[in-house]
Design a protein around this ligand. Sequence first.
Ligand code: BES
Ligand code: MN
Ligand code: MN
Length: 489
Amino acid sequence: MLHKLWSIFCIAFIQILLPLLNQKIYSMLETQNYIKENKQRFLEELIELLKIASVSADPAYKNEVLDCAEAVAKHLKNAGADQVEICTTPGNPIVFGEKIIDKKLPTVLVYGHYDVQPADPIELWKSGPFEPVVKKTEIHPEGAIFARGSADDKGQFFMHLKAFEAMMKTNILPCNVKFIIEGEEEVGSVSLAGFLEENKEKLACDVILISDTSLYNMEQPTVTTGLRGLSYVEVEVEGPNRDLHSGLYGGAVPNPINVLCQMIGSLIDDKGRITVEGFYDNVETVSDAERTEMNKLKDNPEAYKQEIGLKGLQGEEGYTTLERTSIRPTLDVNGIWGGYTGEGAKTVIPSKAFAKISMRLVPYQTPEEITGKFVNHFKKIAPDSVKLKVTPHHGGMPYVLKSDAPEFLAAKKAMEKAFGKEVLPFRSGGSIPITALFEQVLGAKSVLMGFGLSTDAIHSPNEHYGLSNFYKGIESIPYFFKYYTELKK
Ligand code: BES
Ligand code: MN
Ligand code: MN
């Protein structure tokens, strides 16, 4: 009898008590220490990832895109994710991974994109776009990493892989986590939209966490609470059926370039308002209280002008720069071409002229509505003497997160912990169309906890990402997981 009791005790000791005694009690402090101790390796790994030219817009980089998806999957696996999968789509693959610790706990879905914008104009890069180098700059005395995708978005989604690794290694992951890192964000997330519909169960979550936006600046950290939508059209004006001698015909025929310029010129009036009929019909009127609140972010027009080499600013009357780039819709020509653009002079009236035009949208405009209104308006203002073609491109819905939402509050608290400063909400002018779709299909809000800066030169030559931004991001993320889980309990 005694013998039996003794053996039961021994078994219990080995199976229950010993592992308990052995299991170290980990804390956030150790997670943050792990991050500090592994900083250099994290940077080296990011550098390797940035060497892969995963340009989604150009089919010539198909192999690099696939290589990059594989590299991301490998990092996820090594960090401790389960079910890591490279999901094939009609376009570029989507990388998935997860760690489910308890179905009863909340689930955070981390989203990012491993595709990058094309590098051109390549001659304006001071070092190769896919040969990452760390250099000091005025804004980044600690150094910044120069490479295409460093800030948008490899350097940013990689923070999540490393924060996850740190939480796993120090045993503090407080809730479930899923990752989807896609490869088509820069070309409109076409495959992801279908993937969401087909994988609602697999992607089920309570919140989506995204680092693909910017801080207001390093002194004033912010959580992004708004993104603008997008409507994008390409227009073609056709005049004569062939190029004409500008002396023989000039004066008597419509020149499609002149016509297109006149049409475009009339789209914005002298108060900076867009003249497309009905353009402002559904624009949200932001309350005075909210406008006062958002303008607490210090606007420095002089520094703003100087940084981009401008003599003066321009925009819609009655709004600050901050408002013009966040709560107001815009219309901009992104490209315009036609006629002779080679060496020297060629006297010619071209047959055709073209332009690409983007419109940034705010709540409650929709891309379908605005594209429709643009097409109607543009047709109406075209003179009878020319033929007009308007082709709509991909668009996206605007997105807003309320600044009293628990998702926002958890991010604010997390960043305040890492920065030691008050963190304010900030509506950005950029677009991440998938956020509206996440809400529609998965029924979850997105938190835009981005760590870039507007000076990072994303989509531009010499894109870079500050090392302190990279590390502050990795530091903040485990706090978000902690505070979000606590808030949901
Ligand atoms: N990460 C950017 C969007 C962004 C950057 C938002 C900085 C806020 C601050 C994203 O990769 C992007 O470039 N989006 C495109 C839209 C897309 C449909 C091509 C954009 O905003 O032009
Ligand atoms: Mn991006
Ligand atoms: Mn981008």
